[in-house]
Each structure stands twice: as C-alpha cells, then as structure tokens.
Design a protein around this ligand. Sequence first.
Ligand code: FES
Length: 102
Amino acid sequence: MAFRSVASSDSLAEGQGIEVISDGNIIAVFRHGGLLYALDGVCMHQGGPLAKGKLCDGKVQCPWHGWTYDLQTGDNATTCQAMLRTYRVREEGGKIEVDLGD
Ligand code: FES
C-alpha cells in the first residue's frame, strides 16, 4: 500500500474529474455520487483524456469517441472486458490520495 497525495480536496467538485500524474502513471480521479474513484486516465481506444469524460450512473464516457468505462472496475461498459487499472483512493486532511500499489 502506497498512498500518494495527488491533489487538494478543493480541486475536485462533485460530478467532476481531474487528471493527475503520479510516479509516471496518468490517473483520472472523479468525484461522483459523493464517492471518489481513480482509474487509468488514458482511454484504451485511441488515448482520449478520460478525466474530461462525461459521468453518468457510475460510468465515464470518453470525450473523443464515447467508449464507456465502469468507474469502480475499469471494465468497458459495453463488452464488460477488464480494460483500465483502478486505484484505491481516499481523502485525508484535505488531500486526495491514490494508492499506487507496491
Ligand atoms: S479515444 Fe476514447 S473512445 Fe476513442
């Protein structure tokens, strides 16, 4: 477990996403339905910026061509195939922290 601070809590409003880079990982962090989610920030189709995607019903839709991913699992919402790495995320002391793993 290696939680790293990636942003201030104030920088992420409900219904929004931000892109952060930590240890070379491009990560999209979202606040949706009162919860935080973190997953790979680069779309598996052609590299679209998922942090700029539209959020709906626990999913994010890529802004470029519409591929949609489950925020919790990173699965492609159409095929249910595992696609994107997800990360544990938490808030501590006004900071958003992402667990980059071992
Ligand atoms: S780059 Fe994301 S759907 Fe095409």
